[in-house]
Design a protein. Structure first.
Lengths: 199, 199, 199, 199
DNA sequence: CATGAATGAGTTTTCATTCAT
DNA sequence: TATGAATGAAAACTCATTCAT
């Protein structure tokens, strides 16, 4: 009998190697050989676990997306008020790890590819929809439905835009500042009663 | 009207073909042969005008960036007040042509590559800096310097985020709505005196 | 009925899977992995029973050849006259099962390989020699030796040619017609005394 | 301006190299690299002229088929009677060059592949139909239509079978003997009036 | 100025085989 | 016996680049 539990281990190894490789050389230059070399396995093994390169890329994007989703879910579970739910979403999407260049550059690389790969597209849409839907649900408890929809879209755009500009910038990113910007936006657009006391 | 030299004509042809090709097959699949075929010239010609593939890509990104810059400059020249200058920047960056998929998908593809190509990087930074600096200049006439800096960053992020989400979305983009969102943001963050009468 | 040992069972499984696979995807695309998958075993098992791929292919061709040989032997055992012996050979080689595409396409695929694999070659030669030698023996009882040799070669060629053209044709094969053609040939080339009464 | 007339030359070179390579190592082992090496060009050039490997193989089979077809056409043009037309077809298909191992083994290799490649199939069918249709036309001038059809099929099978057995055999092939066998078959199945005087 | 032939490295993918379990 | 993980070589194919014409 062959070694057990290899599958999970190998899949992780390869996904991590994919992230590292894309981070270092970019999407277009991330060859299977370079990824396999970094993972310390032979290139043929990719086929064994992911069928082909696109399978590996899809799994990698899925990993990034689910890491982000879990962060948000964890924070949402602890939120006691609609406002805290909003903050939970903001903080999950703008937490320091999301500004970590290793992760951020890979997200960005995928965004450039997503429009041309149906499989990646599907994964990306989950992220996109989830962000705005989380926000909209929270807003609905605080303002009228149409206003909630507008605010959700605007907040999502602000979050993504802050993240994007920070990632594209040469200067080191400041997650705190980004979150403060979104908080200011929320405070300017929510009724006072919705805000925490003393805010 | 001056007759265009062969050089200018060919360069345009190839840049347009590059945009079309990246739009259709994505950055990773845009080969010089496919670009040349679409431009109706031989692949060898690219070397003549752009030295190599990266030269053509750089020129293409430069084209996109300068088209956008000219739109902003034109609008800024007609702006009569700081508020109108803000609107000018917003409108230039969110005008319908920027939501046109042919252009938008190519911008996005470049963003994914920019971090891994110094030459593309340099071009991209011009766009990034220009947007926030245009905004900051206008804000400075209306609010204190540190608030102007904050607002400029937030507005730039909102603009980029709205554009990004619209481009990544499957639903048709609505430039008007995006601009209205930014206007609402401005109205909520500027002193009443800065806004046009009756707004 | 003797219980089949595991070995015999597995070997049969794998040979049948080889036939099915070559039939469906052709010789060049019949990989060990696809064969093993179809047989429901792991690819490593092939080495156990056949040492390597060529061993499996050789065993498969041997199987095809011996099936055909047994059919001929059975019919020959029941033949009461030289003419009936001729018919037995003809009928064995042109019986409907030999026109069955599953078998026929695999025979054909092997013929294309036989010249380049000594091991396959050896198996193939058994078939080739057996056919003509069976025919020659029967003819010798009916005509002079040199005529018997000529007739045996011609009959063998006619049999193989009819089978080949039927297999390569798109139209459904008709075993009866093929056999009638050979019978007509025999009747035209044998002395009347050799033929059954009333033929 | 690039060199002219390269296309025809290169295509020939590559087709000849394909024939030689298949002849020597078999269909399954004829890699593009080995073919290109033999042709003295780089492997990438195959794509330039034939798009992909199947394109080269198809062109090669087409070449074999058309060489054979031209031989038949030339002989048919000189045939003065239906009987001579029959002989023309027989001789074209069984002329010594068709028994040349370099050509014969390649034909055989293709036959093994033809059932699994639609493109090769189409080319092969031209050969198959042409042979029997040439024969049938000639037979129709000599015997009744249904008998002509039967004889054409049988003669075609005899031709292919003789060629096949000679090609598969280890012994050196004798084209003359093969043709004599077919002639005997014709003589045995045609009315005396159809045969040349003194035959 | 422009072609397109040609290269050769590089990419993904496939595969027979080996081997620890 | 049997598995399936893993390898490493080889396959087809793609592509940026060069160059003679």
């Amino acid at each position: 009998m062959p070694k057990l539990g290899m599958e999970t281990l190998r899949r992780r190894q390869l996904i991590e190697a994919t992230i590292d490789t894309i981070h270092e050389v970019g999407f277009a230059n991330a060859s299977l050989q370079s990824i396999a070399r970094r993972a310390g396995v032979s290139p043929g093994l990719v086929a064994h676990y992911f069928r082909d390169k696109e399978g590996l890329l899809e799994a990698t994007l899925r990993q990034l997306s689910s890491d982000l989703g879990h962060g948000a879910a964890r924070r949402l579970a602890q939120a006691a008020s609609p406002y805290e739910r909003l903050l939970a979403v903001v903080e999950a999407n703008l937490e320091p790890s999301q500004f970590d260049r290793r992760i951020a550059t890979v997200w960005l690389a995928f965004w450039g590819q997503v429009l041309h790969s149906p499989r990646l597209r599907r994964v990306q849409m989950v992220y996109e929809k989830r962000l705005v839907s989380n926000l909209r649900h929270a807003f609905r408890r605080l303002v009228a439905d149409d206003e909630a929809a507008r605010l959700a879209e605007a907040t999502a755009a602000l979050i993504d835009g802050l993240w994007l500009r920070a990632t594209l910038s040469v200067e080191p990113s400041d997650a705190d500042e980004a979150r403060a910007t979104v908080r200011r936006f929320l405070h300017g657009n929510l009724p006072a009663a919705a805000l925490p006391h003393g805010a």
